[in-house]
Design a protein around this ligand. Structure first.
Ligand SMILES: Cc1ncc(COP(=O)(O)O)c(C=O)c1O
Length: 407
């Protein structure tokens, strides 16, 4: 690549070649097959939940190896319905990670239950099973582990805690397609697992989600709850073999998927392995290109698991740098590289801080991680040259701002 020709007008670092165009943090991969499938749905005229949603559920269940998959309107809706299907409500406590997106905890509040936060493992993004164990009370009903970035939580420890205390496990797998742990795909491990197909996720339906389970009763409860609590959905009522009669068996929600979203999902799912291979290749290249920098810790590539590589979260060794994380992000922005931060721990957010009276130091591992992390762009549509540009930009910033102290 002719780097001179792509010199950035925004460059701030001496000798920085930069990029001519901004590299966004994410760009979805939508191709002609996706467009044809959605167009076919529009022409067929069945727009709401119907045959394409049913096919997407079947193919998704087969892909992860789950017995049942129930399509919903978002990952958030999936978590909400999963916990509701378990009967969680007022007076109950649900233990989840403080290091997650707000909806993981918000749905617990929506049900009238109490989210109880546990810290992450030191140097990791995933929940510490010892911290979970310390928070179990007679009111605890479930654990919600979050496979942040696509790396699995320590599920052996969490499942063993759950079985010892009679708790249910609902996995937040918004980042975890395809993640595997102990030779099993996420989606087949806990009692219920909620996936997200939000625009930036590893496959997308624009907005959407899926709940998997091995329990026919739980699958049925989620099917009923996602569509008003009706005894039969629209497809069963309005198709040629349907009947107008239905019963309302539960005060349900409006959280079903539409066939338009499912059409996109069907084609995205067919590309999921290709997407994953590209993500893994880019992650491997990041490792090769950055591993020698003592100022940056890279995500582990543990060979015993499959990492979905939804996110590539690096940790800055701030004691070895003259700048903080926010300046690091600004300098990457000046190099025309988009980044993000996953996550702002929930105990720092006013909604949870004010309700539960948290102080920043209450979750020291999450706080330390939050101050250090930067999510670099990682998605299948990035070219190898894009990955090299990110590596070059990170290296230039580190080389310019390192203290030179390596203790
Ligand atoms: C960890 C986590 N859980 C849940 C969600 C919610 O998913 P959705 O946006 O599909 O509702 C997200 C983000 O979108 C997330 O990052």
């Amino acid at each position: 690549m002719n780097r001179e020709a792509t010199r950035s007008p925004l460059e701030v670092l001496p000798g920085a070649p930069g990029r001519a165009e901004f590299l966004p943090f994410h760009r979805p991969w939508i191709d002609d097959d996706d467009i044809a499938e959605v167009t076919d749905t529009l022409r067929a005229g069945w727009l709401t939940m119907g045959p394409k949603t049913a096919r997407f559920e079947d193919e998704f269940a087969r892909y992860v190896g789950a017995r049942y998959a129930v399509a919903v309107s978002s990952g958030t809706a999936g978590l909400h319905l999963a916990l509701d299907a378990l009967g969680i409500g007022p007076g109950d406590e649900v233990i989840t990670s403080v290091y997650t997106f707000t909806s993981t905890a918000a749905v617990i509040l929506h049900l009238g239950a109490t989210p109880v936060f546990a810290d992450v493992l030191p140097g990791a993004l995933t929940i510490d099973p010892a911290q979970v164990a310390a928070r179990i009370t007679p009111r605890t009903r479930a654990i919600v582990p979050v496979h942040v970035a696509g790396a699995p939580c320590d599920m052996d420890a969490l499942l063993s805690l759950a079985s010892r205390h009679g708790l249910k496990v609902v996995e937040d797998a918004a980042h975890a397609l395809p993640t595997a742990y102990g030779g099993r795909r996420v989606g087949t491990i806990g009692d219920l697992t909620a996936f997200s197909f939000y625009a930036v996720k590893t496959i997308t339906t624009g907005e959407g989600g899926m709940v998997t389970t091995a329990s026919p009763e739980l699958a049925e409860r989620i099917r009923t709850r996602r569509l008003h609590g009706l005894s039969r959905d629209a497809w069963k009522r309005y198709s040629a073999e349907g009947s107008w009669y239905y019963e309302v068996t539960y005060p349900g929600y409006k959280c079903n998927m539409s066939d338009l979203n499912a059409a996109l999902g069907l084609q995205q799912l067919r590309k999921a392995d290709r997407f994953h291979a590209l993500r893994a290749a880019h992650a491997a290249r990041y490792r090769d290109g950055l591993a020698d920098l003592p100022e940056v810790d890279l995500p582990e590539a543990d060979p015993s698991i499959t990492h979905a590589w939804h996110l590539y979260v690096v940790r800055l060794r701030l004691e070895r740098l003259k700048i903080g994380r926010d300046a690091f992000i600004r300098l990457l922005r000046d190099e025309n590289i988009g980044t993000s931060v996953h996550f702002i721990p929930l105990h720092l957010q006013p909604c949870y801080r004010e309700r539960f009276g948290y102080r920043p130091g209450d979750f020291p591992n999450a706080l330390d991680t939050f101050r250090r992390v930067v999510s670099l762009p990682l998605y299948p549509r990035m070219s190898e040259a894009d990955v090299e540009d990110v590596i070059g930009a990170v290296r230039r910033i580190v080389e310019r701002y390192r203290t030179g102290r390596v203790s």
